[in-house]
Design a protein around this ligand. Structure first.
Ligand SMILES: C[S@@+](CC[C@H](N)C(=O)[O-])C[C@H]1O[C@@H](n2cnc3c(N)ncnc32)[C@H](O)[C@@H]1O
Ligand code: SF4
Length: 456
C-alpha cells in the first residue's frame, strides 16, 4: 500500500511528465511550412474511412482563472458570426481532400464553450459535416456545456443535432473554491441543467470535476463528489489541476499559496475515488469513472478502451479530424495541429489554406511505443513482448527502457515479469510516470533541456 506522501515523493523524484493524449506528445510536433503534406495524407486514405470529428470553439463568456483550455473571452457577437463563417470555410477547404465516402464514428463539440454558437450555429456546422460524412449507427455526438450559460432554449437544437452525450463543467461546488477560481456555479444550477438535458432525452451526462484547485481540501472535494453523485451522472472525469501560468497568463490570478501541495493533491484524488467506487462507479484509466452499464466502463472491462486528444474514448481507430483553432487531427500517417491563436488561424483560412501549424509523422517505433503507452494508460498493464511482435519488432527494443522502472518497481507501483508489466491499483495515480519510461522523446529532451510541464 502506497500512501499519498509516498506517491508525492516518487512523483517529485521522477519529475514532470506529459498527459499522454498522443505519442509523440504535442511539444514534439514540428512546424509545418504549408498544408501540402497533410493534404497528401488525407488523399491516401481508403474511400470509406471512418473518422472521429472534433470541432473547437475557442470562446467563453468569462474566464475561469484555472482554465488550461485554448479559449478567450468573447468581445462581440460579430466576432462569433465571423468565426462561424470561417469554421464552415475550414470544413469546406478540407472537403476536396477527404476520401470518397467518409464515415463519422463520432462528433465532439469542445472548447471553450461551444454552445456559444447557439443552436443555429451548431446546426450549420453539423449540417455541413452530416452532408459529407455518413454517421455510423453507434456514433457518439457529444458537446461540452457550461451550466452557467445553459438555457432551455438550446434543447431543441441539441436534440436536432443528435447530441447523445453532454459533458458539464462542474470543477468544485465549494463556494470558497469557486470564488478563488472565478466560477460561481451553485449545485442547483448544475442540477437544473442535468435534469433539463435528461428530460429532453439526452441519455448520457458526464460531469467534469477538478482536484488540486486553490482552497480545495479532502473534505470539500468529498462534499463536491457526494453532491455531484446526487445528479446521477453516467460518467465523471476527475482531473488534477494543471497550473501552467507561463502558458496561461490568467492563471497568475490564482493564489499559489492556496494551492494544495502534491501530497494533498494525491490525498484529494484518493478520497474522491473512494467515494465514487463506494457509490458503484468503475474506474476507467487514470482519471475517469463510469457507471458499470456505461459503454466506457464496459469497454474498459473488456480491455477495449482507447485514448485520444479528448481523453478516454469508446471510439476505436486512429482517425480523428479536428476543425477550429488548436484542434489536433490524427491519421495513420501522423498528427497535425491547427494554428492555436484565432487571428492567424483566421488569416490562413481566409487565404484558402488548411490552417495546419505543426505536424508529426509517426514512425514504426512511434506506433509501437504509442500502443504500449495507450495500453498502460487505459488498462494499467501491457505485455511488451506481444506488442513488439505484433508490430513486427523484437521485444529487446524495450530493453533500454526497463531499468527506468526500477524506482517504481521498488515501491510496488509496478510489477514486472520479463516484458509483462502490471501497475498496482494503489500505483494508478502514477500511470503517466510509468508510461514516461517508454517515451524516447522525453528521455532525449530531459537529457538536453529540462521540459516545462505542469508541476502539479
Ligand atoms: C475544455 S473545458 C470545457 C468545459 C466548459 N467550457 C466548462 O468549463 O464548463 C473541459 C474541462 O477541462 C478541465 N480543465 C480546464 N482547465 C484545466 C486545468 N488547468 N487543469 C485541469 N483541468 C482543467 C475542466 O474540468 C473543464 O470542465
Ligand atoms: S473552464 Fe470552460 S468556461 Fe471556464 S474559461 Fe475554460 S473553457 Fe471557458
Amino acid at each position: 500500500m502506497i500512501d499519498s506522501a509516498q506517491l508525492a515523493a516518487l512523483a517529485a523524484r521522477i519529475g514532470p511528465v506529459p498527459r499522454y493524449t498522443s505519442y509523440p506528445t504535442a511539444p514534439h510536433f514540428q512546424p509545418a511550412t504549408d498544408d501540402r503534406i497533410w493534404r497528401g495524407w488525407l488523399g491516401d486514405l481508403p474511400a470509406d474511412s471512418a473518422f472521429a470529428l472534433y470541432v473547437h470553439v475557442p470562446f467563453c463568456r468569462q474566464m475561469c482563472w484555472y482554465c488550461g483550455c485554448n479559449t478567450q473571452v468573447l468581445k462581440s457577437d460579430g466576432t462569433l458570426e465571423r468565426f462561424l463563417g470561417l469554421l464552415l470555410r475550414e470544413i469546406d477547404l478540407a472537403m476536396p481532400y477527404l476520401p470518397a465516402q467518409p464515415r463519422m464514428s463520432g462528433l465532439h463539440f469542445g472548447g471553450g464553450t461551444p454552445s456559444i454558437l447557439g443552436s443555429d450555429g451548431l446546426q450549420r456546422v453539423a449540417d455541413k459535416l452530416y452532408r459529407r460524412f455518413r454517421a455510423t449507427p453507434d456514433a457518439e455526438i457529444a458537446i461540452e456545456l457550461d451550466p452557467r450559460h445553459f438555457d432551455a432554449g438550446l434543447l431543441p437544437g441539441l436534440k436536432a443535432l443528435g447530441i447523445n452525450r453532454a459533458s458539464l463543467g462542474v470543477q468544485s461546488l465549494d463556494e470558497t473554491v469557486q470564488a478563488a477560481i472565478n466560477r460561481h456555479q451553485p449545485l442547483d444550477m448544475v442540477a437544473r441543467t442535468a435534469d433539463a438535458l435528461r428530460d429532453a432525452g439526452i441519455p448520457s451526462i458526464n460531469l467534469d470535476l477538478i482536484y488540486g484547485l486553490p482552497g480545495q481540501t479532502v473534505e470539500n472535494v468529498i462534499e463536491t463528489v457526494r453532491a455531484s453523485l446526487a445528479l446521477q451522472p453516467d460518467r465523471i472525469a476527475l482531473f488534477g489541476y494543471a497550473h501552467v501560468p507561463w502558458m496561461k497568463p490568467h492563471q497568475a490570478r490564482i493564489d499559489t499559496a492556496a494551492l494544495p501541495d502534491t501530497a494533498a493533491r494525491f490525498a484529494q484524488e484518493a478520497a474522491a475515488a473512494e467515494v465514487l467506487i463506494d457509490a458503484g462507479y468503475c474506474r476507467v484509466g487514470l482519471d475517469h469513472f463510469a457507471r458499470p452499464q456505461d459503454a466506457l466502463a464496459q469497454q474498459a472491462a473488456a480491455g477495449q478502451l482507447n485514448r485520444n486528444f479528448q481523453g478516454y474514448t469508446t471510439e476505436a481507430g486512429d482517425m480523428l479530424l479536428g476543425f477550429g483553432p488548436s484542434a489536433i487531427s490524427t491519421l495513420p500517417q501522423g498528427y497535425a495541429q491547427n494554428i492555436p491563436a484565432v487571428a492567424p488561424w483566421r488569416a490562413a483560412v481566409e487565404a484558402g489554406h488548411l490552417p495546419v501549424a505543426r505536424m508529426r509523422a509517426v514512425t514504426m517505433e512511434d506506433r509501437l511505443r504509442r500502443a504500449a503507452i495507450e495500453q498502460l494508460m487505459c488498462h494499467l498493464q501491457v505485455n511488451l513482448a506481444d506488442l513488439a511482435i505484433r508490430h513486427g519488432m523484437a521485444p529487446r527494443i524495450f530493453d533500454a527502457d526497463l531499468p527506468r522502472l526500477a524506482l517504481l518497481e521498488e515501491h510496488g507501483v509496478v510489477t514486472r515479469q520479463g516484458y509483462r508489466l502490471q501497475i498496482a491499483e494503489t500505483g494508478r495515480p502514477l500511470v503517466r510516470q510509468v508510461c514516461a519510461a517508454f517515451d524516447s522523446y522525453l528521455q532525449q529532451q530531459s537529457a538536453a533541456t529540462p521540459p516545462r510541464h505542469a508541476a502539479a
